[in-house]
Design a protein around this ligand. Sequence first.
Ligand code: ZN
Length: 704
Amino acid sequence: MKKVSTLLMLTVLFTACNDSKSKGEGATTDKGENPLLVESTLPYFAPDFTKIKNSHFKPALIQGIAEQKEALAEIANNTEAATFENTILALEKSDVTLNRVRNIFYALTGAHTNDTLQAIQEEMAPKFSELRDAIYLNDKLFQRVKSLYESKESLDLDAESLKLLEMYFEDFEIAGANLPADKKETLKAYNSRLATLTTTFNKTLLEANNGGAVVFTEKSDLAGLSDAQLKSLENKDGEGWKVTLQNTTQQPLLQTMENRESREKLFTSAWKRADGSAHDTKDIIVEIAELRAKKGALLGFANYAEWSLQNTMARKPEKVFELFNGLVPAATAKAKEEAAEIQEMIKEKGDDFTLEAWDWNHYAEMVRIAKYDLDENQIKPYFELKTVLEKGVFYAAEKLYGLTFKARTDIPTYHEDVMVYELFEENGETLGLFYGDFYSRPSKRGGAWMSNFVTQSKLYNKKPVIYNVCNYPKPAEGEPALLTYDEVSTLFHEFGHALHGFFADQQYPSLSGTSVSRDFVEFPSQFNENWALYPEILKNYALHYQTGEQIPQALIDKIKKSGTFNQGYSLTENLAASNLDMQWHTISADTAIEDANEFEREALNKTKLDVVKAVPPRYRSTYFSHIFGSGYAAGYYSYLWTEMLHHDAYNWFENNGGLTRENGQRFREMVLSRGNTLPLEKMYSDWRGSDPKIEPMLKARGVK
Ligand SMILES: [Zn+2]
């Protein structure tokens, strides 16, 4: 899903632009002619794709930016004393045009892009990003927000308005707006150097990934690969076959490659791609980590993670380490068992060597076939897309939350494959519009996600208009779209995000629905996956597309069992990467790191994540682009955190009667409808009756 954290949202919200007043971009800036610059007259203000053209986007985005700049200047220069209305509410309203345009623009650039949209995206990116500092260093604006924040108790605000004020203040504060002038200059210098280093890291890593590609010249080097695979690997730059690197430590082809020397060669190339090669990132990441620590200290925190976790559910690095420490013993113990099984398999195959990381996937696959034997082709006939959607995903939402769905063929879409449904409450009231765009095509980026065309808010009297995008192969004309179990899971997952958006019940769009921190946002979606295998739901949707018969119990058992395959490995490699991220970002400002490799070794050693030698971190520090090349610094733990939440939450349902309207309603009222209006840990524990525990997660992974 496209996650917009509060901070990111502000980044965009306050983005200014050099082309203020940009009439003259053509006649389309005239509000009367550009459909993006006026409210849609369709139901739910749904975008009118019969009118929107590529040429409308740039002028509309520029107009939106100009309008917002004007609004911001008006707030900052207001000679009247700051009030909630003339400052906070005015800020909240300042991006109304820009948001409308951007929601539609991003939907298209993700799901149905073209050269024109891509060019606009590139052209607009610096306008959207370069100005964050300029806005946050708008001291006049900040002083007004601050004066309100400091007198918040006497403002007599309702709870949600108070939360909105706090959110704006904290976001300014996090960005350094509250620093004295000299420190602000230092922060600016740090940010600028960090931006340069991040760019250098990404550039070097790209070269390292390319440079790490391995060329094999003998066919026997690549024994095990199919002719089709070999064909796709033909080396265009010379002879033989060229295997390019994926960003993870393990490389997908290692599973099929039978030649052990080749496996070692490919693995080692991936492992060392940015360590000791011509494209070394060690010095870059050390400087990034040290500078981030200094930045954390400048902003008044013990380390970078303390600063960056402020608005999350975890809040403190200690909480994150607590999660890791709870998981490590069970994860590594299970990985050891798996290693023993694999060693046994190596012996069975007549080989005599000690299992290494480059052998793992190759022999694990043999263990999987021998022990788990799940044949996707046997399962797929029971998972026809539309049946899974309507009789599975929608049915679960009906049983839990009382929703009903009606197909709407009269709402225009941006592509003929997109399906639209209207949602109704149990009492017949309308809830919103849902778009499902499920098939892959060249104009769509990979993966699956959810977002809003229209965000729920009482401020604008808007109900949600939400879309899910997936990348299922499109069947030939007249053929059914049959899904794998993973794809079924994805459908439930993305609709879980959609429910979080549909149940939003907020006054202000910035606090609405899925506008929560990333260690919470994946919780409702992952939680919704649990219903896919719930007997009452499964019976309703897993029907053979030809005979209509229900999926046999034996197949269900196999699906369930296969979910626990290789989980010791998978959890350990994830923990190792998550732990590296946290270790790099909890160093103090006066730490001088001598050597990145040594730091990495120690970080894994002191958390006992190096006890199974054949299980390396999912990413090594030198190619961990989530944390050194993009915005996930001190945030990679979120995957494990939300996994803990959703299993713990499902455990509550299991212990309290399972799939019932009453349970669904309670979850909706106490969690799914609350957006970002409450401290997330409190929202959760109020609903759950306790803090989240890790045991249900360990059990679900089959590691305990
Ligand atoms: Zn998701």
